[in-house]
Design a protein around this ligand. Structure first.
Ligand SMILES: Cc1cc2nc3c(=O)[nH]c(=O)nc-3n(C[C@H](O)[C@H](O)[C@H](O)COP(=O)(O)O)c2cc1C
Length: 374
């Protein structure tokens, strides 16, 4: 057994590794979990657009998409019902937002090649109270479209899980640019001045989730411990890189160490404390109601917001805990809706700021593995 002191020293290293002190190069080799980030054109333009779409942000990197190709121009997008997050996303609202991000990235990728995407959300009706086997969207690539400048940031976009530079305020001009990038600018909100109340609320909500055993263990079950595990299952929460691989090989970083109150959990706690302290701006998206179509549309705009922030040199990280609809979160949920919702529903809340360092890309399943036959 390692001594507590030795573990603490290595834990500091791990914290760095997780928050972005990370040097793994982008390589496009078979079996490399980062290979999907080096998109190569396919013969079928739908596949090229889909190869970009799988790079979309999505909760816990579940990659909850399944696609069926129909005819020569159409894609039917489905939710992979095996990839739910029943504890923290009991109504599949966040997963649907991820599918909205996916669809908007697909549309931008098609436009980059001059193709328009006709998007029909829920062509067989809106699934309630949870998503089901019916399609989330029918997307037809047909007709001409102009490229969107946001696409230039697609390969660099990240959910940057690290403290930001709080000595540099986020400028009003940047906020105006972000708003202008959205399909529904009326739902956009941002705070770049006194963020103490929001920061406190988001951090308290993070702690509620971390101390709720069922919610926290849902995340732990999605952790991939070490590079070999990440390569075998390139989704979920990847704990990899030379330093973490070493700790895993030495038996110091295990699922048991991540249980509430255990050393790995405590590392996560201090990391997130630093992350919330390293926050001087927040942004959020509100929809008038909370229909499936609105959740999907919020996802499309979150992707646009993330790309616009990237183009502007700003980092963005969703902090979704207060928006989650499980019983233990009821208090923070009410608070955040009252504070930011204005009578609508807050769909996304994120930290925004000037990055201190580049954030690493996250693994992806190759697009071909997510296409349904027939
Ligand atoms: C609806 C939604 C909710 C998310 N919530 C969180 C969150 O609470 N905390 C966080 O660090 N990342 C959150 N993310 C970001 C994902 O973890 C991230 O998109 C995923 O790991 C892939 O990484 P990437 O965006 O850097 O490609 C969320 C993303 C989406 C779409």
């Amino acid at each position: 057994m390692p001594s507590r002191r030795r573990f603490a020293t290595q834990a500091a290293g791990l914290a760095l590794a997780v928050t972005g002190d990370w040097v793994r190069p982008l390589r496009a080799q078979p079996g490399d979990p980062l290979a999907p980030w080096a998109v190569t054109p396919r013969t079928d333009p739908r596949l090229t657009a889909l190869a970009w779409a799988v790079l979309a942000p999505n909760p816990h990197n579940r990659q909850p998409w399944l696609m069926r190709l129909a005819g020569t121009e159409t894609i039917l997008l489905h939710m992979d019902l095996e990839r739910r997050l029943p504890e923290t996303d009991p109504f599949d609202r966040q997963l649907l937002i991820g599918l909205g991000c996916f669809t908007e990235l697909l549309r931008l990728a098609a436009a980059e090649r001059g193709l328009a995407a006709e998007i029909t959300p829920f062509p067989e009706g809106e699934p309630q109270p949870r998503l089901d086997a019916r399609p989330i969207a029918r997307i037809t690539l047909r007709g001409a479209a102009r490229p969107d400048p946001l696409f230039a940031a697609a390969a660099r976009r990240r959910s940057a899980k690290q403290p930001y530079d709080v000595t540099r305020p986020v400028e009003a001009a940047a906020i105006a640019t972000l708003r202008a990038a959205l399909l529904a600018p009326a739902g956009f909100g941002a705070e770049t001045g006194d963020v103490a109340r929001l920061r406190d609320l988001a951090w308290r909500a993070w702690q509620v989730e971390a101390q709720d055993r069922a919610a926290w263990m849902e995340t732990v079950r999605l952790m991939r411990f070490g590079s070999a595990a990440v390569a075998a299952t390139p989704d979920g929460v990847s704990l990899w890189g030379p330093q973490m691989d070493g700790m895993i090989a030495a038996g110091q970083l295990t699922p048991a160490a991540m249980e509430p109150g255990q050393p790995g959990w405590r590392i996560g706690f201090s990391q997130y404390q630093a992350i919330f302290e390293g926050t001087n701006a927040f942004t959020w998206l509100v929809t008038p109601g909370n229909s499936r179509a609105e959740q999907f549309a919020a996802g499309r705009d979150w992707l646009r917001l993330n790309l616009a922030a990237t183009l502007h040199g700003l980092a963005l990280q969703p902090v979704s805990q207060a928006l989650q609809e499980f019983p233990a979160m009821a208090g923070p949920y009410r608070e955040v809706q009252a504070l930011l919702g204005g009578g609508g529903t807050v769909q996304m809340l994120g930290r925004l700021g000037h990055p201190l360092r580049a954030a690493p890309p996250t693994p992806r399943w190759p697009v071909e593995s997510r296409i349904l036959a027939g």
